[in-house]
Each structure stands twice: as structure tokens, then as C-alpha cells.
Write a protein that binds this ligand. Structure first.
Ligand code: HEC
Length: 114
């Protein structure tokens, strides 16, 4: 019995560690039903928020949460800047096609949060 508990404990810990360490590319893969929390926020956290953080010194838009990110897509220039012009993320390569497709899908589905 004790051995089973220990083994279960070890397996559980390994499970937790592997979840913690999933890479950006794993999170950023394409799915048909993206949600803000699961799929969209990790993209912005990885690619945008290091500059577009709250109260940033450049005076640029804050891309930090559901409202600010959704508004940047719905009413702002985010899609133009990440896709048509590919000027964002600034000083790095264009987002992958899978990532762009995911963001368009999120918009098309009506910006689901969770
Ligand atoms: C290295 C810093 C940096 C990163 C990373 C970055 N931006 Fe920007 N962004 C800027 C700066 C600075 C400007 C102001 C215009 C300029 O200097 O090109 C800007 C301007 C913008 C604008 C238009 C003006 C405004 O204030 O909103 C949008 C939209 C935008 N960025 C979206 C994004 C998105 C989406 C990402 C992530 C995919 C991103 N940016 C990543 C620095 C960055």
C-alpha cells in the first residue's frame, strides 16, 4: 500500500513538472476552439507583454488581460501590425502561421474567455 502511495506521488509530481514546463510552441499550436485563458494569453505573455506591460514607459497600449487584448484586436491595430505589416512583435520575427490562424479563429468564434 505504502509503495503504491509513493509511486502515485512520484507520478503526480512528474505530471505537474511536465505541465509547468510546456514550451511556448506547445501552448501556441492551432486548435479549433481557442480560449483566451488557454491559448491567447500565453501568446501575448510570450511575445508582447514584455513591452506592452501596464504603465510602460513607451506610452504604448497595454496588452495585459482579456479586455486590453480583445480591444486591441477588435478596435485597435493588432491584426494589421502582427499580420499585414508584420511590424509586431517589434524587432523579432513574424508570428507563426499557426499562431496567427489561432488568433483569427479566436476572433471568429467571438472571443471566448475560458
Ligand atoms: C520589443 C518591444 C515590443 C514588443 C515585443 C511588441 N511591441 Fe508592439 N509596440 C512597441 C513599440 C515601441 C510601439 C510603438 C511604435 C513603434 O515604436 O514601432 C508598439 C506599437 C504597437 C501597436 C500600435 C500602437 C499601440 O500603442 O498599440 C500595436 C497594435 C502593437 N504594438 C501590438 C503588439 C503586439 C500584438 C505584440 C506581440 C505580438 C507586440 N506589439 C510586441 C514595442 C513592442
Amino acid at each position: 500500500m505504502k509503495a503504491i502511495k509513493i509511486i502515485t506521488g512520484i507520478l503526480f509530481s512528474i505530471g505537474l513538472i511536465s505541465c509547468e514546463s510546456s514550451t511556448y510552441d506547445e501552448i501556441g499550436g492551432y486548435v479549433d476552439n481557442p480560449t483566451f485563458t488557454k491559448n491567447i494569453k500565453p501568446i501575448f505573455d510570450n511575445k508582447c507583454t514584455n513591452c506592452h506591460y501596464a504603465g510602460n514607459n513607451d506610452g504604448i497600449s497595454e496588452l495585459i488581460d482579456y479586455t486590453t487584448i480583445r480591444e486591441s484586436i477588435e478596435y485597435g491595430n493588432t491584426l494589421r501590425d502582427i499580420d499585414t505589416l508584420a511590424t509586431m512583435p517589434k524587432n523579432s520575427s513574424k508570428l507563426s502561421n499557426a499562431t496567427l490562424k489561432l488568433i483569427y479563429k479566436w476572433k471568429e468564434n467571438g472571443y471566448p474567455e475560458n
